[in-house]
Design a protein around this ligand. Structure first.
Ligand code: NAD
Length: 385
């Protein structure tokens, strides 16, 4: 699972989907950081900006158009902010912002969502967990993204009031389980060689299929230690002994919930990146979609309050996985660590302890991006800020 080396002087074709709420704030920040990385490492980026999500509904009447999906498919990778907001939240609406996410995941074959979770030492006080529990936390959650409950057939509520019923179905096929399991084994092979497969095999038929297939594939990876965990036990252990995990692989719904739970370890929802990938390769690496794990945070949108680090670190994953630019990815990650180490904090990261706060500098979205850009190793102020 290594990415190819990037060529100096290359120009990459990226799609930017700012989306809704804080999406435009954090995507502008990540674009500025990518521009700075390009200046330092000698590559260019040609952006196609698409109007998708709630903004797409307002502009075109749909969350994403077929031509937008085609543009995403033709690009080297996609950087997304977030979609959604209260103005599009009517549960009876037939057109909804998140349809864009499902269309991209399904339409672009992005069957795995990768969420790395680690804790920057300077942010340990920002986590609600005791510091000793956070020591050594470094996990990668691999969530199956195009199967299960979110893609199964469903029937909306019907019947007389008092007797209404609705149903969702949770289908999984062997190929769907096998491809994400193989990816997780490969990723574990490149890390500490431990894989935890999370299911509910004591109750669900799909989980029993999941467990059977994962164990069959384990024979191809004798160097990776596999263990199974029931999802309820896993939810507890993520906060009682989070450092015990290396790579976790699980189905769509469990992964959605567990990865949000794991985000508290890092101190703020605004910190964590994600990558959605499949197996399709471009000339530079894996085709993929990169986004922070948080939503559109309408309560702080457009106020220069959003923490852009989750999006900036998503851009670093994009550089590494889709563009083969490990050099630039390392520089971006080091610049984020440097900005945090030097005390720059957005509001969500502000220390509760007054003594710790005294050593910190309060910044907004733009200020944090500037602090990161300044640490990429160039002197010029990058465009986009
Ligand atoms: P949210 O993640 O948007 O916000 C939860 C809380 O975290 C809020 O208090 C918010 O202010 C804070 N927060 C989020 N991102 C932050 C950041 N970068 N910096 C600082 N604070 C941050 O979740 P929500 O409120 O449940 O959802 C809001 C909207 O986002 C909904 O419409 C939901 O459907 C949508 N959503 C979209 C995605 C996506 O686009 N992938 C994911 C989740 C939710």
């Amino acid at each position: 699972m290594t990415a190819e080396g990037g060529l100096p002087g290359s120009t990459y074709r990226l799609v930017a989907i700012a989306g809704d709420g804080v999406g435009p704030d954090v995507v502008a920040a990540a674009k500025a950081v990518l521009a700075a990385a390009g200046t330092r490492f000698g590559f260019g980026i040609g952006w196609a900006d698409l109007v998708v999500g709630g903004a797409g509904i307002d502009s075109y009447g749909v969350a994403i158009r077929d031509e937008d999906l085609a543009t995403c498919g033709a690009a080297d990778a996609i950087l997304l902010g977030a979609v959604g907001g209260p103005q599009w939240d009517d549960p009876r609406a037939t057109v909804r912002p998140e349809q864009a996410l499902f269309a991209m995941r399904g339409g672009l074959g992005l069957f795995a969502n990768l969420r790395p979770v680690s804790v920057h030492p300077a942010l340990v006080p920002a986590s609600p967990l005791r510091p000793e529990l956070l020591d050594g936390v470094d996990m990668l959650i691999v969530r199956e993204l195009t199967g299960g409950l979110y893609f199964g057939s469903r029937s909306e509520a019907s019947g007389a009031p008092g007797e209404r019923a609705a149903s969702d179905t949770l289908p999984y096929s062997e190929p769907e389980v096998a491809r994400v399991a193989r990816l997780a084994f490969e990723l574990a092979r490149g890390r500490r060689k431990r894989l935890t497969s999370v299911d509910k095999a004591n109750v669900l038929a799909t989980s029993r299929l999941w467990r059977t297939v994962v164990h069959e594939i384990a024979a191809e990876y004798p160097d990776v230690a596999l263990d199974d965990r029931l999802v309820d036990a896993c939810a507890m252990q993520l906060v009682t002994k989070p450092a015990s995990f290396d790579v976790l692989v699980t189905e769509n719904l469990f992964g959605d919930i567990l990865s949000d739970e794991a985000s508290v370890l890092a101190g703020s929802l605004g910190m964590l990146p994600s990558a959605s990938i499949g197996t399709r390769r471009t000339a530079h690496g894996l085709h993929g979609l990169y986004e922070p794990i948080h939503g559109s945070a309408p309560d702080i949108a457009g106020q220069d309050l959003a923490n852009p680090i989750g999006t900036v670190l998503s851009a670093a994953m994009l550089l590494r996985w889709s563009l083969g630019r490990a050099d630039a990815a390392d520089a971006v990650e080091a610049a984020v660590a440097g900005a945090l180490g030097d005390g720059f904090r957005t509001a969500d990261l502000w220390p509760r302890d007054p003594a710790a706060a005294e050593r910190c500098t309060r910044v907004g979205t733009v200020g944090m991006a500037e602090a990161i850009v300044a640490r990429i190793g160039i002197t010029a102020r990058s465009p986009g800020l």
